[in-house]
Design a protein around this ligand. Sequence first.
Ligand SMILES: Cc1cc2nc3c(=O)[nH]c(=O)nc-3n(C[C@H](O)[C@H](O)[C@H](O)COP(=O)(O)OP(=O)(O)OC[C@H]3O[C@@H](n4cnc5c(N)ncnc54)[C@H](O)[C@@H]3O)c2cc1C
Length: 433
Amino acid sequence: MSVIESGLAISQHTDSYYAATANNSKDRPALEGEHRTDVCVIGGGYTGLSAAYHLAQKGYKVILLEAEKVAWGASGRNGGHVGTGQRKGQDELEKMLGMERAKMLWDYSLEAVKTVEDLIVDNNIDCDLKRGNLHVASKPSHVEWMKEDIQHMRDQYGYEKLHFVEKEEVNQMLGSSQYHAGQLDEGCLHLHPLNYAQGLADAAEAAGVTIYENSRVKSYDDGEPCKIVTEKGTVTADFLVLGCNGYLGKLESKMAGKIMPINNFVLATEPLGEDLAREIIRDDVSISDTLFVINYWKLSGDNRLIFGGGENYTSNFPNDLKQFVRKYMLRVYPQLQNTTIDYAWGGTLAITLNRMPHFGRLQPNQFYAQGYSGHGVPTATMAGKLLAEAVSGTAERFDVMAKVPTYGFPGGTLLRWPGLVAGMLYYGLMDKL
Ligand SMILES: Cc1cc2nc3c(=O)[nH]c(=O)nc-3n(C[C@H](O)[C@H](O)[C@H](O)COP(=O)(O)OP(=O)(O)OC[C@H]3O[C@@H](n4cnc5c(N)ncnc54)[C@H](O)[C@@H]3O)c2cc1C
């Protein structure tokens, strides 16, 4: 599968464990004919779905246009980790933005996790929701930073849910001796990402949103109202919201130069059985390591290991995805040498140069959010909430995010790849040293 993964008459989800265990495989019609609405949302991932849901809650008439299927993109393929904080650490945010704004972003991140949980509870979304993330130190030099970070988060933010875990205890928790310590964050969640997204789509529809699938937006103008055009239909809308993230393609050149689409890969083993599952993840938390190209893993609802590892920066995925991700898994768990890999898949996410999300306006009535840099389950859900606030005329919190500096990739949309690939390969190499 590739970034340019479309063209089917009726789009299907990528072949993943999530698609195989989806609560439903509802197909929705394509847009045909002329339509009028208050808000048109482009993109049926967490950004678009959350924006549509929150807008409908505020009484807006909303049409959401998805090029493929709801959650066909990263929102239906990711690791399912719902982390606190932004993708960048608070210490770095303090240097970048000052203490007051860094604290605002920390508070938004806690609200993001809470919003995910509230959406799931309020709408009875069945998505294997569980609690806790263990962040493990891949190098001895990361241990001291972890201790300082915990103290800093207590002293400056009053955050008490982050605990230091000694090496021996990490070994016990993971059945792996290669990590040097860990940070257990009791404020994080993890879930089945596709079922969360589909539940959000159902909740949005129940709130009055109309969703069209197989409805790729080809163009829109900058009028008030603006006209949005798909192959078979048009929507005239007072407001436009864009949530296309890593799949934006050439739709909007003003946004494309600020993000870089990159591919990341995940596998699902066969069910491990209760004993082996408890041996490798004793407390059923999610786990992520401190490498630049992060490994992340968790157990599924039926005790499979869901392991994410490896990236590439081309328009194609590796040929043998099971083998590609398995080598990362075996570095952590050599005891799974004989475990069958039932599924492996990839997805495309958008990163920004400084790993902070990119929010903004194209016109006074056109808003977007993108570039969550691998932290989008909570952040894109929160982005949808803030986009809805901005459309409804309460843009203070949206503007806090929109004012976080973002930078264009050197070389713009045409030449950004060579620099990025060189940089990523350099840091990937550093991981190995
Ligand atoms: C393999 C992988 C693992 C990840 N793991 C995690 C994780 O564990 N935790 C975490 O927080 N984040 C993770 N992420 C990132 C997270 O999944 C994303 O940040 C998040 O899903 C972005 O949501 P979104 O709605 O903005 O974009 P997407 O979910 O990608 O949705 C964008 C949608 O826009 C549609 N679209 C694009 N162009 C058009 C058009 N012209 N017309 C209509 N529709 C269009 C696409 O078809 C797509 O469905 C991971 C990402 C990947 C790929």
